[in-house]
Design a binder for this molecule. Structure first.
Ligand code: ARG
Length: 308
């Protein structure tokens, strides 16, 4: 698939000035899981309070809107069957890390989620992915983000430093390790949003690989690395970070974000992106948002980002 459309919605590209780059939407293939068994009956992150009631029907309804939006945007969505004993399985970002048709399977830190890993491994095998079973503790795309040809890898709460080495070997790519220090932002995808995964400069395109991040989620050394590598990054406020504003899904033009992240919404518009708001308040009770519910399935030939 090499078709790149400006946007497949009825939205028009915002008028551009010399300072607002023209953005391009790229086709995406995602893996999602209906939250039919969603609840919070254990706590493995500061957002989860088992004593607070959850509404599974509301979780399903909110999730469905996200699912349908992806289809409206022209993306493909694959589904994995939910397992009754695994209420967190809706957060498919933790179900693996997929590049070039190869799937690196997770090894969950907490026993409560460990039974999800074989189900994801089976799904990948059946779907024809070259499926790699890990030795090291890692939580998939929750902690690994592909930006251009580089893997940004988070550690501090879930995935281990050893998994950063392992993921680099599995995909033969440079890995940049980043230390997360705030327990509310325990996965990298709660603290960084990849806006333009494609390295357009090499491809003759107008885009540069770029990200948005929450500086306070990282230690000084990691912040230094981010500043150096991504001088054009959008820095989001604590306010927007704290409502999981960064836990968003971008196709290079459309960026699906929480409606509570008002400042981030404005920043995205100023940079020529098209923020689209989807409310996953129910799933936030489990400590997850839009990106957590979305695993990108990158087929072969994605290297250097040809869009597909
Ligand atoms: N309750 C889940 C956990 O703590 C939430 C996972 C959120 N996923 C993510 N990609 N950040 O593991």
């Amino acid at each position: 698939m090499s078709v790149e459309t400006t946007t497949s919605t009825s939205e028009t590209t915002p008028s551009t000035s010399e300072t607002t780059p023209v953005r391009t939407a790229h086709h995406r293939r995602y893996l999602m899981c209906t939250p039919s068994h969603f609840t919070v009956n254990y706590s493995i992150n500061p957002w989860m309070e088992p004593s607070r009631p959850t509404d599974t029907a509301n979780a399903v309804a909110q999730w469905q809107k996200l699912h349908d939006l992806y289809l409206e945007l022209g993306h493909e969505v694959e589904l994995i069957d939910p397992l009754a004993d695994y209420p967190d399985m809706v957060y498919t970002a933790n179900g693996g890390f997929v590049i070039d048709g190869r799937a690196y399977v997770p090894k969950f830190r907490f026993v409560e989620r460990q039974g999800e890993a074989p189900a994801f491994a089976d799904w990948f095998r059946e779907a024809g992915y070259d499926t790699v079973i890990p030795e090291e503790v890692n939580e998939g795309e929750g902690d690994f983000l592909l930006v251009g040809d580089v893997i940004l890898a988070g550690t501090g709460f879930r995935s281990t430093g050893d998994s950063h080495r392992e993921v680099g070997e599995v995909f033969d790519r440079e890995v940049v390790s980043l230390n997360l220090v705030d327990p509310r932002f325990y996965h990298l995808d709660t603290a960084i949003a990849v806006l333009d995964p494609v390295q357009g400069v090499e491809n003759g395109g107008p885009e540069r690989a770029n990200i948005a991040y929450l500086p306070g989620a990282f230690d000084d050394a990691s912040r230094g690395i981010l500043e150096e590598r991504f001088p054009d990054a959008i820095l989001v406020s604590d306010e927007d970070g704290s409502v999981f504003g960064l836990n968003s899904a971008s196709d290079g033009y459309n960026v699906v974000i929480s409606p509570r992240a008002k400042g981030f919404e404005k920043q995205l518009r100023e940079r020529g992106y098209n923020p689209i708001m989807v409310d996953l308040s129910e799933l936030l009770l489990g400590g997850g948002g839009i990106k957590c519910c979305t695993l990108e399935l990158r087929p072969s030939s994605a290297r250097s980002g040809t869009g597909e």
